[in-house]
Design a protein around this ligand. Structure first.
Ligand code: ZN
Length: 132
């Protein structure tokens, strides 16, 4: 693991949340991106070396919609930057972490994969690697 790449926050309304977080950071998001395959609209804010990703559901059965329904708005995942996502994913599975799905294309030009919060004390883990 190289560093915390970003922290993902589930929000009900991206427009409103963008205003809030633009005030917090005194800067607008550097990127807005919808990942239709994941059912999310996202925005990214640079915070020093790391980022904050805001996530809004684009439809009612997206994972973010279900998350908000169950737990309300809040921290949804922590994403770790890795050198080789295939190697690191295999290592974590071998260590007993429960993978969710396969490696896929995520927002912000990244390959991503996820691990169930059940296997990491309640926090969804995302691994990501810059797409070359
Ligand atoms: Zn993320």
């Amino acid at each position: 693991m190289k560093k915390i790449e970003h922290i993902g926050i589930a929000v009900k309304d991206l427009k409103t949340a963008n205003i809030t977080y633009s005030k917090l950071f005194n800067a607008p998001p550097y990127k807005l991106e919808t990942v239709e395959s994941e059912g999310v609209s996202t925005s990214f804010f640079q915070v020093g070396d790391t980022k904050i990703e805001l996530l809004e559901a684009t439809h009612s059965d997206s994972a973010i919609a279900k998350y908000i329904e169950k737990r309300g708005e809040g921290i949804h995942h922590i994403a770790y930057d890795v050198v080789d996502i295939h190697v690191e994913r295999a290592r974590l599975i071998n260590e007993g972490f429960q993978a969710i799905g396969e490696i896929k294309n995520g927002a912000d030009n990244k390959l991503v994969c996820f691990f169930h919060p059940k296997s990491s004390h309640g926090v969804l883990i995302e691994l990501c690697q810059e797409r070359s």
